[in-house]
Design a protein around this ligand. Structure first.
Ligand code: GCW
Length: 676
């Protein structure tokens, strides 16, 4: 049997108020697609666990619970509900209580699946089955997960064990865990997944060939039965690496033909294949630059091969010079994505979507929003988040990321006047994007609890919920997750939700200050190393010297990165007196005694937040300790152990940062605390 931690938010705990078998024992599920099969399985699992009886499935529309596409419902729906369904998108559903019947309907099978998961969620949190009346649909059309899993079983930036997809150079034979993953993802509305790392190594290059397609087909079928389309990350140099050609030039006829044949073969195996995810000309991966072509040439060539089958190219914009010289002050990594892609607006085919990281650097705890988002009016875009906590504590330190993503989504770009938020841009409401949405790097692995730290499950859950409906509040999502994962006791809810809600700012407090980023151990990205990247080629500098710190990205005296924003943002960031405190060192180089809006100097802010951050971790430990007797022992231990590691990490950060800046600046702490 599966442990509680394994079951994440689909616990289906035994319910005190049982719905009875006599009345609800028969459930009508109309249709036989694989998705209907998933629905039946999920209902069976849930009802057996919650109510200790097994439902019988029927096609009889008189059953108390009816799950069917709207045109199979005959006259069961009231006029009002009928109209509501008519206006829904394909993935939208309604749950209607009608003449004592519960009817879950929509226009597609996957809508029914989403409706059923919603129904089960409401039952789990104790809602009355007779009063359910829900209309719901996603705000974003593409809701995607990216696995950074390698065929050898490792996961790039994975902190939860090894891959559930691959082991020892092979696709796993037992795919039951992949199926469970599909259930979790579908239950929060994810509808697409790229199943391998964007860094495509030698053997993974063959994923698009007969060598692996039969097994990838099996994976794709699992995901299909939960409404997710499967994507493969490809190696841009495949025509050379595995095709026997001497070039991968996207303008070369033979190369084009090669990709067309390749794509056709993929669709022979997987008729609803989603398409390719591509990291090109980035961190030494091959790409069109080798052939003096640009990214539209590369993306469009693949798009042409995929178009006849309805496939898409998701092309990442994480393109920058990763062999910089720290002596060169004019090259600015933050500028790179915009500089490369903005001039290409309008030149991409309509089945290309650009995938852009939320910030201009790389998933730091604090960054401004990428100015490329929304800047291209005629090119499909989606934002990329990182659920995996590469720079935010690696699922050791607690860091609930939903508040960060909400900040990104609510950011006003002004690209089409006031109100041009990222939320609206990626929902396709500002520019007429054909496709758009949100992707994120997954945080799961084969650890029993999927996410290393059990509380990091909230980030996966929250990601799905937030991108389905960005209007949900971070705290609301946290409470929902807690209620489903643990139980509805007030004590657990209050304690865990306050821990989650405080965690991002705590993490920010004891790590790199005021938006400057990095200062992490090179390569591993956990723990402090203030100058670890300072003289390296990655372009991630803080420029601290005895007088001050920060990166001058102004038009007046710096790299002019600020000019990539629309007004008024460009001026807000450009001017010291309007630049928000939390980003000041991202945009400006300032002396240590510069006074923030908060009234504190930079140096005092550094001292205060670092002492505070450490204390706050100690408080987290105390809060968690209060739950010892109310939370299951596995979860309790799992989190307790990690909180202790977090404390050690926070201490190291606190002392190294404080010492470093005390020595650099020579300015003592006003409160005379011990600085080592
Ligand atoms: O910051 C980097 C990560 C790499 C990752 C890359 C990317 C998959 O450290 O591990 O490679 O981002 O997003 O492509």
């Amino acid at each position: 049997t599966q442990s509680n931690m394994y079951k994440m938010w689909l616990q289906y705990r035994e319910m005190p108020n049982k719905i009875n078998k006599e009345t609800y024992g028969e459930i009508a599920v109309i249709g036989n697609s694989p998705i209907q099969e998933s629905i039946k399985e999920e209902l069976t699992r849930a009802f057996e666990q919650m109510y200790q009886w097994t439902p019988v499935f029927t096609e009889n529309l008189n059953a108390q619970i009816v799950i069917a596409i709207n045109d199979k419902l005959n006259d069961l729906l009231s006029k009002n509900h009928k109209d509501q369904v008519e206006h829904l998108l394909d993935e939208g559903y309604i749950i209607a209580s009608e003449n004592n019947q519960v009817i879950i309907t929509g226009k597609s099978s996957v809508a029914l699946l989403y409706g059923v998961f919603h129904f089960l969620k409401d039952l789990q949190i104790g809602k009355d089955i007779h009063t359910l009346n829900i209309t719901n649909q996603p705000k974003n059309s593409l809701r995607m997960i990216n696995q950074w899993d390698n065929l050898d079983g490792t996961i790039e930036r994975g902190y939860s064990g090894n891959s559930i997809f691959y082991e020892n150079g092979k696709i796993v034979k037992d795919k039951s865990r992949i199926k469970d993953y599909a259930r979790y993802l579908a239950s929060v509305g994810i509808n697409a997944i790229a199943i391998n790392n964007v860094n495509v190594w030698e053997e993974e290059t063959f994923f698009i060939t007969k060598k692996y397609l039969p097994e990838i087909k099996e994976i794709a079928q699992i995901f299909t039965s939960y409404g997710l389309k499967t994507y493969i990350s490809i190696n841009f140099a495949s025509p050379i690496a595995i095709g026997g050609l001497h070039t991968a030039d996207p303008m070369d006829e033979q190369v084009k033909e090669w990709w067309k044949k390749c794509v056709k073969e993929i669709y022979d195996y997987i008729p609803n294949f989603g398409g390719f995810l591509v990291k090109a000309d980035s961190e030494h991966r091959p790409g069109p630059f080798t052939y003096n072509r640009d990214h539209k040439d590369g993306a469009n060539m693949l798009a042409e091969a995929l178009a006849p089958f309805g496939g898409k190219v998701i092309w990442r914009c994480f393109v920058y010079n990763c062999v910089q010289d720290w002596r060169d002050r004019s090259t600015d990594r933050a500028r790179a994505a915009y500089d490369h892609f903005k001039p290409l607006d309008g030149l991409f085919h309509e089945n290309v979507i650009l995938q852009i990281k939320n910030g201009p650097m790389d998933f730091q705890v604090r960054e401004p929003v990428s100015p490329l988002l929304g800047a291209m009016h005629q090119t499909n875009q989606m934002v990329e988040f990182q659920i995996a906590q590469e720079y935010t504590g690696q699922q050791i330190d607690l860091c609930y990321l939903i508040p960060q993503w909400k900040d990104v989504l609510s950011f006003d770009t002004y690209v089409k006047g006031e109100g041009s938020t990222i939320e609206k841009i990626v929902a396709g409401q500002i520019h007429p994007y054909r496709y758009s949405g949100i992707a994120a790097v997954s945080n799961i692995g084969n650890d029993e609890n999927w996410t290393g730290n059990t509380l990091a499950q909230a980030n996966l859950y929250g990601y799905g919920r937030l991108i389905w409906d960005p209007s949900l509040e971070a705290e609301e999502i946290a409470c929902e997750w807690i209620a489903l994962t643990f139980d509805s006791s007030k004590e657990i809810k209050n304690t865990v939700s306050s821990m989650l809600m405080d965690s991002l700012s705590i993490y920010e407090n004891y790590t790199a200050p005021l938006g400057v980023g990095w200062m992490v151990t090179p390569h591993y990205h956990y723990g402090p190393n203030i100058d670890g990247y300072e003289y390296s080629r990655w372009g991630t500098y803080h420029f601290a010297d005895r007088n001050g710190i920060g990166v001058d990205r102004t038009q007046a005296t710096g790299t002019s990165y600020t000019s990539q924003y629309n007004e008024p943002n460009a001026s807000i960031y450009e001017q010291l007196d309007t630049c928000p405190d939390e980003l000041i060192l991202f945009f400006h180089h300032v002396p240590y005694d510069y006074v923030l809006h908060s009234g504190k100097t930079i140096i005092q802010h550094i001292y205060d937040t670092h002492f505070l951050g450490y204390k706050q971790v100690e408080q987290l430990i105390k809060k968690w300790a209060m739950l010892e007797n109310v939370i299951d022992v596995d979860t309790f231990r799992n989190v307790e152990e990690r909180l202790q590691l977090q404390r050690a990490n926070a201490k190291e950060w606190r002392d190294q940062i404080n010492t470093y800046f005390y020595r650099k600046s020579g300015i003592p702490d006003q409160q005379k605390r011990t600085i080592y």
